[in-house]
Ligand binder design. Structure first.
Ligand code: FES
Length: 129
């Protein structure tokens, strides 16, 4: 069965805020991902945050840039950037690290120096609440 035939057997439905495909005979609901790219993260700060990590402790690094508890997640992504999730990690040792504040790093959650670029330094920061 080719892709066109398969597409004719399913119906796109909305339910619970998510897109799903429903098979008309089997009644299956298969969650699908949207094809559009997730929203770009907001630049929360133009420099990294110095953080003292504690071994074994869980952290949730804000990846969307909307948290008021930078550099950590406060759940703001659920409304402000639904396509972006926080990066959760467990510290392996007691250590001082630089966590990215611009949300443009290629080595999340750690700063890689991307904040020094003109794209970040010239950007307007969102207003403080
Ligand atoms: S603060 Fe984002 S790369 Fe340095």
């Amino acid at each position: 069965m080719g892709p066109l035939r398969a597409a004719a057997l399913v119906t796109l439905v909305r339910g619970g805020g998510r897109l799903r495909y429903r098979h008309p005979r089997a009644g299956l609901h298969i969650p699908v991902r949207r094809c559009s790219a997730p929203p770009a993260p907001a630049i929360a700060a133009k420099e990294p945050f110095a953080v003292e990590l504690k071994a074994g402790q869980k952290y949730g690094w804000c990846a969307c840039g909307h948290s008021r508890r930078q550099p950590f997640c406060d759940g703001a992504h659920k409304k402000a950037a639904p396509g972006i999730s926080p990066l959760r990690f467990v510290a392996e040792e007691d250590k001082m690290v630089w966590l990215c504040g611009c949300k443009q790093t290629r080595t999340p959650p750690y700063c890689d120096g991307t904040h020094k670029t003109e794209a970040v330094q010239g950007a307007r920061l969102p207003p403080k609440p």
